[in-house]
Structure formats: C-alpha cells, structure tokens
Design a protein around this ligand. Sequence first.
Ligand SMILES: Cc1cc2nc3c(=O)[nH]c(=O)nc-3n(C[C@H](O)[C@H](O)[C@H](O)COP(=O)(O)OP(=O)(O)OC[C@H]3O[C@@H](n4cnc5c(N)ncnc54)[C@H](O)[C@@H]3O)c2cc1C
Length: 536
Amino acid sequence: MTGKTFDVAIIGAGHNGLVCAFYLARAGLKVAVLERRDIVGGAAVTEEFYPGFRNSVASYTVSLLQPKIIADLDLYGHGLRIVNRKLANFLPTADGRYLAVGDGRTKSEIAKFSVKDAGRLDAYNNRLGAVADLVRTLMLEIPPNISEGGILAALPELLRAGHLARRMSKLDLAAKRDLLALLGCSAGDYLDRWFESDPIKAVFGFDGIVGNYASPYTPGSGYVLLHHVLGEVNGRRGAWGHALGGMGAITQAMAKACAAEGVDIRLQAPVREVLVEKRRAAGLVCENGDIIRARAVISNLNPKLLFQKLVDPALLPDDFRERIHAYRMGSGTFRMNVALSELPRFTCRPEPGEHLTAGIIIAPSLAYMDAAYMDARVHGWSKNPIVEMLIPSTLDDTLAPKGAHVASLFCQHVAPALPNGASWDDRREEVADLMIKVVDRHAPGFAASVLGRQILSPLDLERTFGLTAGDIMHGHLALDQLFSARPVLGHGNYRMPLEGLYLCGSGAHPGGGVTGAPGHNCAHAVLRDLGRHRLL
Ligand SMILES: Cc1cc2nc3c(=O)[nH]c(=O)nc-3n(C[C@H](O)[C@H](O)[C@H](O)COP(=O)(O)OP(=O)(O)OC[C@H]3O[C@@H](n4cnc5c(N)ncnc54)[C@H](O)[C@@H]3O)c2cc1C
C-alpha cells in the first residue's frame, strides 16, 4: 500500500471504525481501514475458543446498537438476525429462591419478595424511562463543544447547547430531578429510594457496575445504570438480546456493508504511528513501514492507546497530554468462555427452562457487590465475585456441537492491576477456578461439565483487543469523562488537538458498548470538515 493515498485512513476495524468507514465511503470518499488482528470487529467478534465451540468471546449481548445504524448499513440485509431472550434476567437469591425478570412477569416475581416493591415497579420504569428517552436522543448527536475560538466558533456550540436545553426543559420536574440524581448519585442510592428488597435492587443495580470498577454505592454509578437501559431489541426498549452467530455476526455484516461501498479493509495491518506533516495528521505509518497518506486520519483506538503509543507526545498541548495521562481506564472485568457438556442445573430451579436463556446474575444484593469491590481493591479480587452467566447456545444452535453448550462468564470485580506488583499471568488460572466454583455453588455439577475454557483477565483483554487496562468501555463512564468531556473537555466533538486527527471509538461520546454511535457521529464531523455537508 506504500504511496497509496486515501481521503480517510482509519486505525482499527472495531465496530465503530467500520460504521465510520461506511458513512464516509457512502458519501463518496476513498476510505482505508487498517486492523491489527486477523479479524474485524474489535471487542465484538465470534471466535472458536475450544475445538468445535464458538462464542462471542468478548462482548456477548446486544441492545445499544442504534436502530438507525442497523437500517443505514442494512445489517439485516447483510445477514444479521437478533433474537430476544425468553427471560431477561434470572437471579438466584441468598435464601435459595430466585427472582426471574422479564416476559411480563416481573411484577409478580418481585411480589414474592416485597409487595410494596411490586407496587412501585411501574412508577420506577416510567420515571427511568422518561430520562432514558431524553438521553437516548443524544446518542447520535455531536455534543456541544467548549470552544476557545471567539464568538464565531462559539455560536454553533451555543445553538447545540440551546437545542439540548430546550429538550431538557420538556421533562417534567420529577424527571429533571431523576436525571440529576442519576448523573450525580450512586446506582445504590437511587435504587434504595425506590425499593426495599435485596434481589430487586441487585437485578437492577447490576447495570450500575457492568464494566464499572466501582461499588454500586460509588457516586456516578447511577449514570452507568442509565447507560445500560438506553438500548432496545427488536423495538423492546431496555431489553438485551442475542445476535445469531454471536456478536461477530454484527461486525461481519458491517464489514459487508463497507465492502459494498468500496471500503479497503486490511487485516493483520498494525499501525505504528500517525504520520504528521506540517503539524497536521497526514496519514499512517504501518508496523511494516508502509505509509498510507490521507486527508483525514481517524482512530478507533481508546484515547490512551492512541495518544500514548501512536502520536508523538511533543505534538500535543501540555494540558491535553496530562489529561490523557490522567484519563481513567480499567473496568474490573474478568471474562471467560466455557465449553459445556451439558446445561447447568440450578439448585433453586433444576429443570431446563427459559431461565437458561437469561442473563443469570450471581450477586444477590447490592451489599454483596459493594463487598466484591472493596475486596478487589485490597486483594485484587473477591472470594465472592460477581458473575453474570449467559448461555447463548440455548438460543442459537450454531455455536456448539449438538447436545453441548457454550457459556459466557462476565465477572466483576477484579483489579485491573494486581496489588504488590503481582501479574495476571501468574493468577489467571486461580481466579478462573474461583469463577467456576462460584457458579458451581449455585448449580452443582457445573464445574464437572466444563470441557474447555478461555480466560481473559484484564491483561489478556489488553493484549488481545488493545483495551488499555482491560477497559471494556474505552474509559470510565463518569461525569468528567462523558458527553462534551469525552475524552477531554474541548474535544468532545471527535476532533482531536492535532489538525486532521479524529476519534471514532468508544472513548468518544456516547462511550462504550456496541452502539455504533461514536463511529456515526465522527463520520458526521469529518464530512463537514472535508466539505461534504451531506447529513447522515
Ligand atoms: C469482555 C467484554 C464484554 C463486553 N460486553 C458487552 C456487551 O455484552 N454488550 C455491549 O454492548 N458491549 C459490551 N462490551 C463493550 C463493547 O464491546 C465495546 O465498548 C465496543 O465493542 C468497543 O468498540 P470500538 O469499535 O469502540 O473499539 P474496539 O472494539 O476496541 O476496536 C478497536 C480496534 O482497533 C484495533 N487496533 C488496536 N491497536 C491497533 C493498531 N495499532 N493498528 C491497527 N488496529 C489496532 C483493535 O484490534 C480493535 O479491532 C464488552 C467489552 C468487552 C471487552
């Protein structure tokens, strides 16, 4: 590719890099995407992890993917099928019972634990839903940017801010108060105001600590809870579903959409650095020395990786460089894929059923989650960790041999970096054994049914997927790293402090998850700057 010139060169074929590439190519630009791995998709991939067993090896469930993006890229036309779980969540409780959520029976299930909580459920859903409806409208928008360029530069940003303020003003007072509470408070504090029973608070509160190395009582975890209810599956708001063939089916369909628009996707093409000429991004230098020139360079990498490894730090403003150094990453995630000879039998509900299609949450209370976080801070992990188990082969027969199954174990909390200089290379097997034992406590025989396993500690997530500190979201979803401040205040509009360089990954608004939104919004910014004012 040496010497070849493109309009746009994108580093990384994560789902956001692909979405961005699609929109730019559709607008008539010549686009190249360079991916380090031998597969597109970043953290949204399906791979064989044990002979004959495939799974979504990193991200494992879909909800946040924007309907506009599904439609624009014609992902269904390119083979994607997303199915609903038969039950949303299943939570074994501390006293040997269970709470099942979804499928129209949440209220009666909650009433098993608290009639008062069951009576509050509709109001909770309505109030949270009102805030989610507002925040959802921001997903595909470029946030107002803090500008230092005088009144001419400030004017469009003021208009954006005014537009947002107008929409917020339409919320009633109670919803405005909820928005403030969710942005500022903890998920635990918010849920304690609504409910009294542990299982219901745990099943909702889990959303506040997913990919968030924090206690459910850490201020700001309220927003993380909200983030996880912004999506939908087949029109069902807040639901999570399964992509047939695994998450890789989403990114394979995106790659097909890109190919149809003429995007040049290169695999096994790691980028060494951003080429800079006359203080502007002018292309890429590949690990093999190839140079690709482009009018605009877009990075799908997390901001820390981009600015600490691929851009000469001397080219960055001092304050920006320091903020990137301080940018908080590390989601406390330990991820396993297991090949199973048979389905687990939970003591509280031994027979197979729709509960095995659900997100099975092993964390019976907010206090349990709080303790898991505290333990991990001190010891590196907790003896009683949080495990969400999903068994996608109960909905999808393409993943495992007939009669066998695959399960995703999404485990929180582990320390991104272990205390006292210990390495995850020395501790991953021990922690993996523990995670399996935790499931086995609730479903005896589970450990014996494990035929093979893939372990992804935070260090493995970093090595395999380029996720610095194993952060699944490309950076904490905290107020100082969200919206106009993602990744750094003054650069919330996808334009980085080096002219011609843009960010299209989850380190930009609206953050992590398989949404496609940063890729979509970044394409919008680039098209404007390259003089293509076509609206997306
Ligand atoms: C374990 C785990 C579980 C998750 N679970 C869910 C879930 O169930 N549902 C959900 O919605 N979200 C989930 N997430 C979050 C979600 O998957 C991510 O936030 C999202 O996929 C990130 O997409 P991205 O395109 O922004 O970046 P990435 O997917 O990180 O893509 C970046 C790409 O850049 C490539 N790259 C890195 N360095 C270079 C280089 N030097 N040269 C070229 N290419 C390079 C990488 O290989 C990668 O392909 C999970 C993530 C993880 C890791």
